[in-house]
Structure formats: structure tokens, C-alpha cells
Write a protein that binds this ligand. Structure first.
Ligand SMILES: [Mg+2]
Length: 334
């Protein structure tokens, strides 16, 4: 039992977009993966940087797609930001909220007073994504920060996915203030900061959590920072070329095509220490170059190649020595 990947962990923390859902549709196999973990009594959690919905709304959305979720299993960067504000500020402190209604509600429920103007004398500004955020509230926030308010950002994802392609995310709105103020936020709450993962582990009493994500710069870097093992699935934002070029603090423990990899052997999904042979592929290293030959499952080749690029071979220095290898490298844009 425990030689399957998920069997080695006492909590599986899922990112949402690109992992269990794509915008408004479940990713095929996600509902089954969640059920299978529940059947095996592995606790699960959902950790999302999106601050525009509350935990209960996220759970409702997931259940509506057939992916089972309890509100208590959901951690949002809005909830985490409010909890952090409540830790740092006295009860009843005024916080200027730039973001969605969900963020205002979280701030209020944390015992603080959400306000919208400098005239209310806020001691902190919290900024999260909201589709109605406009110049007026950004201007109030800029004035408040300049007057000494502490600036919290729920997350700094530059984009957020949509059916029409990537749209400006909270990171883009944070960049507006960053430009106006010529400084960075004092505190960033969501991934790649480790807070969401640490809170998820603490809430379920987990000693050995696994983080599952689709983005190297948020999910995987957050897991590395939190000291948590991670699984990258290739159903979302980060692709093979990103993975091969990943800096040390953005390298996952495991890579699989999708969530079904949770139930395969852990050793098959692990990025090996060096190249070599696996599943019909062969990666031969020659100094600062590497040659891929053979054929088989693309993700198997990807893991073998990560072993050499993470050890100093530039992705552009990989060459193909079989038609299938050539086709694969081309499909990854290499
Ligand atoms: Mg994601």
C-alpha cells in the first residue's frame, strides 16, 4: 500500500486552478483522486492564492463540480491574510481593504474593521484580487501606505486564468501600488510564502504533508520554502520547458502528468538524482551536453532530463538521438 506516492504522506494539500479545476470545470480524474484518498483515510486540504472567495464558497464550487470538499479543508489567501492581520493588530483595528467582498468579510470576521478611505485612519492596508478594484481605492491605499499603514498583499500572482487567456491577477494590481509608492508590500501572505502549507499541516496535525500544484513559482517554491515534499502535475501553468529550467528553490520532488500519479509507485514519479534509463528512454550525459534517445512516456523522459538540467546541463544543450526524442523536444519548444 505505502509504496504508492500518496501512501507516504499524512496530508495531501491541493492547489485548485490547474490541479483540480480549470476555471469553472473539474480536471478529469480530480474527483476520483480525492475520493480515493478519502477511501484510504488520507486527509486532504485545498490551498488557494485566490482571495476573491471565502472557504465556504470554494467548497460549494468544488462540490458543485463533483469534487468533494468541506469548508474546513479550504485555505484561501484571504482567510490567511485576515488571520495574520488579527495576529499583528489589536482587535477593532481599522484595515483598508482593496479587493473583493470576501476579503472584507474575512477581515471583519477576524475582529478587525474594514474601511475604504484614508480619512478612516487605517493602520494597515490589505490587498487582494477583486474584479471591481479601481483607481479610487488604489489611490486611497497609496495614501494610507504613505501615511504609515502596513501593506499586506494576499498574493502576488501576476495573472489569473480565464477562458479568454491570462488576465491581470493580484500581482498586477500590487504592481500598480508598487510603481506609485516605489516600494514592495510589507507582507505577502499566499504561495510562494510557506504560510498556507504550514497552516494546513497544523490544522490537521500532519507531520508529513505533500503539496500538489501546477505552478513552480507559487506552489512548488512555497513547498520548498515550507520544507514540504511536492508533486508537480502538468495539467496547469508550468510546462516541461519551465521545469527543465527551474532554479533550485522551484524544483518539485515528484512530477506526474496528472493526479493519477498519486496512486502510482513513488519511485517512478520521483525526479532521479542522475540521468540514465527508464521506461524505454535513455539520457546520456557528455560534459555540459546531454542526449535523449529511445521512446516511451513523455513524462518519464522529462524526469530523466530534469536530473541532468538540474545538475548543470542547459535545456538548449539537450539533443535528440531518436525520432521520438526529436519530436518530444520539439513539442516542448526545445
Ligand atoms: Mg494553480
Amino acid at each position: 500500500m505505502s509504496d504508492h506516492l500518496a501512501g507516504g504522506y499524512d496530508l495531501v494539500i491541493f492547489d485548485l486552478d490547474g490541479v483540480v479545476l480549470l476555471i469553472d470545470k473539474p480536471i478529469p480524474g480530480a474527483a476520483e483522486a480525492v475520493e480515493r484518498l478519502r477511501a484510504g483515510s488520507t486527509p486532504i486540504a485545498y490551498a488557494t492564492n485566490n482571495a476573491s472567495r471565502r472557504a465556504g464558497e470554494v467548497a460549494e464550487l468544488l462540490n458543485g463540480m463533483g469534487v468533494s470538499a468541506e469548508p474546513a479543508e479550504v485555505l484561501t489567501s484571504a482567510g490567511a491574510a485576515a488571520a495574520l492581520l488579527a495576529e499583528c493588530l489589536p482587535a477593532g483595528a481599522k484595515v483598508l481593504v482593496v479587493g473583493a467582498e470576501a476579503l472584507r468579510d474575512e477581515v471583519r470576521d477576524a475582529g478587525l474593521v474594514p474601511v475604504s478611505e484614508l480619512a478612516d485612519e487605517p493602520v494597515a492596508v490589505v490587498q487582494g484580487y477583486g474584479p471591481e478594484v479601481g483607481w479610487k481605492i488604489l489611490a486611497e491605499a497609496a495614501l494610507a501606505v504613505r501615511a504609515g499603514a502596513t501593506w499586506f498583499a494576499t498574493n502576488t500572482d501576476r495573472t489569473l486564468p480565464s477562458p479568454r487567456g491570462p488576465l491581470p491577477g493580484n500581482g498586477s494590481l500590487v504592481a500598480v501600488l508598487r510603481t506609485a509608492l516605489d516600494r514592495d508590500p510589507d507582507v505577502v501572505v499566499g504561495k510562494p510564502q510557506p504560510g498556507l502549507f504550514r497552516t494546513a499541516a497544523a490544522l490537521s496535525g500532519a507531520q508529513r504533508p505533500l503539496a500538489v500544484g501546477d505552478r513552480l513559482d507559487t506552489d512548488i517554491q512555497g513547498a520548498v520554502t515550507a520544507g514540504v515534499d511536492s508533486l508537480l502535475v502538468l495539467t496547469g501553468v508550468s510546462g516541461p520547458a519551465d521545469l527543465l529550467a527551474a532554479p533550485e528553490d522551484r524544483r518539485p520532488t515528484f512530477v506526474t502528468a496528472d493526479l493519477s500519479g498519486l496512486f502510482g509507485p513513488a519511485d517512478d514519479a520521483r525526479v532521479p538524482v542522475s540521468g540514465g534509463e527508464a521506461g524505454g528512454w535513455r539520457v546520456a550525459r557528455d560534459g555540459d551536453r546531454a542526449v535523449l534517445s529511445g521512446s516511451g512516456d513523455p513524462v518519464t523522459a522529462l524526469r530523466l532530463l530534469c536530473a541532468v538540467t538540474w545538475d548543470g546541463v542547459a535545456p538548449s544543450a539537450i539533443t535528440a538521438h531518436s525520432p521520438e526524442a526529436g519530436e518530444l523536444l520539439r513539442s516542448w519548444g526545445l
